[in-house]
Design a protein around this ligand. Structure first.
Ligand code: MCN
Ligand code: MOS
Length: 766
């Protein structure tokens, strides 16, 4: 990745406590060696004596009712310890969700008899081995009463419900559109998409006694999970330990407690034995939801010289019949361009599906498909280069909130990306570049993601040997949390990164909010920074004031560098020597970034176990967002209609990058998922019974190495201290946004054919 040095610096970390610039430079992954040596233990790999195995049984109808279940053959199967279904399972308490919405019922079994989607959990079987459990589960005799299924929102008579809180309005879009000399009016569709993290969902639930639970679970949110189970199983929060030091990907699917986990925890309590439940791959498509299918229609009005005068946007996403999930389809639409007149409306369409969930840049990703394809269509209609059209409509402030940007270097993304790609050589006309049988097309699109912030907490220990420990329940799902927190502490304490040991993913280590919304890096480097500064002050005070300190009265301050403490030109000693001389075994400091003031423990906990403290893009008087511009080349085989992405150049403005190597792989991951979205991924459902037809890796295609060209990323961000304390903006979800429309636009440029429904397959190109 290329880092473009910013021409202007926007201030500096206020107290100048960073000793050296380790943060911001490349460091290899701190967790890398453990993973390579096989020493990184994932949730399902923990070895526990007496472990039993649980499988989830799912409904095979899409709507109706479970009339009866005959458990006898299952219960008589070898190795079976417990069979749970709607008719024999105890009721558990249902609690408000993470936003505080009350549950439908206070107590219920985890297996409702009313079926609202194909794949709903109807029973669970626990046995000595996974094979025995699976075999026995197949013997359950379930009698259903089927009802008509509405599997998707494709039917003409699909009912939709408006989501009023998503409505956005300013100016008078109807009048502006009526008068606009050029109008684009187009509709776009995206299919159901699935997370497909490599590490399967699963957990081991181990009740040490009836009110003490240890949970090994692959989760993006340790404290949220612990608090959920504490409330649901009515035990104190302190009595639950959630362990998840390594997470093999989540992409949003491991943020919240899911139904299968509740079943396993319940079975383990009843059996008084540790129970493991690992979802099978096929169940990753059906036991919890991913990105719902979406539809958007856009009208953009513009002047002849390409000034946007109005945007009218309508979006709908599928949701479950009994619960609303809103894929926020106007989220990017409102932010990219200077638009004086604007309207956005959102609806949801309840269908017989599992409740959809957050999937990498929820809302933003499909939102960008709508607006960024429509802008390309507008450019075509106007005969203006799509990059030039975007430049003419650059938003100098956030038109949605009316606030200034904390920083927005999208124009720098355009300059740098276009230059690296060679965009200026692009012919305006589609179908004007070819290489033998291959039509070549160049397309571009923009992405954006808000900077989201929640409070964080960290514990920093300076040990007697001079090494440093950073402790937090925050998680690392391959993102780089371990590494950037080591870098932060190393900088503040003036020790080499190798002397910092970061321990994450355990609820006994201190609190952290969800690793979602691309917020964790910014909030945790902030929390570790604050805590390390406090630990450093304590260390310096020890050096200056301890009666046995050799540095006592040497100076009025001491500095820390390369693991040594001392005066700039005088005596220095290693931290270990100072600790030994003063007889201190450790310095142990915990700090959080909650607004100052004493508060009772329950109130503090709320910030780490719910959305209570989460702030979106707009905070105070600024609007905080990351931006990127993707430039893509595709090659389309004229005879077969196959599409290959042959070049990708992406320029990003994510503020200061804490570790360019890790951020680079975050951006690449998003871009690769964008390739999948544009060309491959699509969940297909049987309209007769709502069953998913391609619930496996052979039929649900994700991008593989063969689908991915060299990806060239340029960072043009500059430290943005109005966005976050250490100047970074959102990274993890940024680059998936805008990637699929960039490909769709390139395919149009190659072929002259506009495909408005993803994925773009050879069928819809020929
Ligand atoms: N980073 C950086 N400079 C910044 C911000 C971040 O160098 N200014 C780097 C750091 O290495 C950091 C990583 O980017 O660890 C991601 O930081 P951030 O954007 O804060 O994202 P989170 O840590 O909150 O991770 C969650 C985010 C989300 S919401 C999804 S979805 C997603 C994503 O991360 N899921 C992922 N990236 C993923 N990457 C992997 N490998 N697996 C997933 O499941
Ligand atoms: Mo990411 S979908 O916000 O976990």
């Amino acid at each position: 990745m290329t880092i473009i040095e910013p021409t202007t610096k926007r201030g500096d970390a206020s107290d100048g406590a960073m000793v050296r610039g380790t943060l911001g430079s490349i460091h290899v992954r701190a967790d890398g060696p453990a993973k390579i040596r096989g020493e990184a233990t994932y949730a399902l790999e923990h070895r526990i004596d007496g472990l039993l195995h649980c499988v989830l049984v799912q409904s095979t109808i899409g709507a109706g009712r479970v009339v009866s279940i005959d458990r006898s053959a299952t219960e008589a199967s070898p190795g079976v310890r417990l069979v749970l279904d709607a008719f024999n399972a105890a009721q558990v308490k249902w609690i408000p969700d993470y936003w505080g919405n009350a549950p439908a019922k206070d107590y219920d079994t985890p297996f409702p008899t009313e079926i609202t989607f194909n794949g709903q959990a109807i029973a669970a079987v626990v046995a000595d081995t996974p094979e025995q459990a699976r075999e026995a589960a197949a013997r359950l005799a379930v009698v259903y009463e089927e009802a008509p299924v509405r599997a998707t929102f494709d039917a003409e008579d699909t009912q939709t419900r408006p989501v009023d809180m998503m409505a956005k309005d300013w100016g008078d879009p109807d009048a502006a559109l009526a008068e606009a000399p050029v109008v684009v009016d187009a509709a776009y569709e995206t299919p159901r998409e699935y997370h497909m993290a490599l590490e399967p969902h699963g957990l081991i639930a181990h009740w040490e006694d009836d009110d003490r639970l240890t949970l090994y679970e692959s989760t993006q949110w340790i404290d949220g999970t612990a608090n959920w189970f504490a409330q649901q199983f009515e035990i104190p929060f302190e009595n639950i330990r959630v362990v998840s030091p390594y997470v093999g990907g989540g992409f949003g699917s491991k943020g919240f407690v899911l139904p299968h986990s509740i079943v396993a925890v319940m079975a383990a309590r009843q059996l008084r034995r540790p129970v493991k439940l690992a979802l099978q791959r096929s169940q990753h498509f059906t036991a919890f939801g991913a990105r719902p299918a979406t539809r958007q229609s856009l009208k953009i009005g513009a002047t002849e010289d390409g000034r946007i005068v109005a945007i009218d946007h309508q979006g709908t996403n599928e949701t479950a019949v009994d619960k609303a999930f809103v894929e926020q389809l106007g989220s990017v639409t409102a932010l990219l361009y200077a638009v004086p007149n604007f309207r956005s409306r959102q609806s949801i369409a309840p269908v017989h599906t599992v409740l959809p969930g957050a999937f990498r840049a929820p809302g933003k990703t499909p939102s960008a498909v709508g607006i960024e394809c429509a802008i390309d269509e507008l450019a075509g209609k106007l005969g203006i280069d799509p990059l030039e059209l975007r430049r003419r409509n650059e938003a100098d402030h956030d038109f949605d909130s009316g606030l200034p940007w904390s920083s927005r270097r999208l124009m720098a993304c355009y300059d740098t990306g276009a230059a690296a790609f060679g965009w200026s050589g692009r012919p305006l006309e589609p179908r004007s570049m070819r290489d033998g049988h291959q039509l070549i097309g160049w397309g571009m699109a923009v992405g954006t993601h808000p900077v989201i912030s929640s409070p964080g907490e960290a514990r920093v220990r300076i040990l007697s040997d001079g090494t440093v420990e950073v402790l937090s329940s925050a998680i690392d799902m391959g993102t780089g949390t371990y590494t950037i927190l080591a870098q932060t502490a190393a900088d503040v304490l003036g020790v080499p990164v190798e002397m910092v040991d970061v321990k994450l993913g355990d609820s006994t280590l201190g609190h952290a909010p969800v690793a979602g919304g691309s917020q964790l890096a910014n909030l945790m480097v902030g929390a570790v920074y604050k805590t390390a500064v406090a630990a450093r002050e304590e260390l310096i005070a020890l050096g200056l004031t301890d009666p046995n300190s050799p540095l006592r009265d040497q100076a009025n301050t001491l500095t820390l560098s390369e693991g040594r403490i001392g005066t700039p030109r005088g005596a220095t000693m290693s931290i270990a020597q100072l600790m030994a001389a003063t007889g201190r075994s450790e310095i142990d400091v915990t700090r959080d970034t909650l607004p100052d003031g004493e508060r009772p423990p329950e109130e503090r906990l709320k910030y780490f176990t719910s959305m209570a403290g989460m702030e979106g893009g707009v905070r105070g008087e600024v609007s905080r967002h990351s931006f990127c511009a993707h430039f893509v080349e595709v090659r389309v085989d004229e005879d077969f209609g196959t599409v290959r992405v042959s070049r990708v150049v992406t320029a990003v403005d994510a503020g200061r990058l804490y570790n360019p190597k890790l951020a680079d792989s975050q951006f690449k991951g998003g871009i690769i998922m964008g390739i999948g979205m544009a060309l491959l991924e699509e969940g297909v459902t049987d309209p007769r019974n709502g069953r998913m037809l391609n619930a496996n890796f052979a039929d649900y295609l994700v991008a593989t190495n063969a689908d991915v060209p060299e990806i060239d990323i340029h960072s043009v961000g500059e430290p943005d201290y109005d966005a976050t304390p250490l100047g970074g903006k959102a990274v993890g979800e940024l680059a998936i946004v805008g990637m699929a429309p960039a490909i769709a636009n390139a395919v149009y440029h190659a072929t002259g054919k506009r495909v408005r429904r993803l994925p773009i397959t050879m069928e819809n190109l020929l």
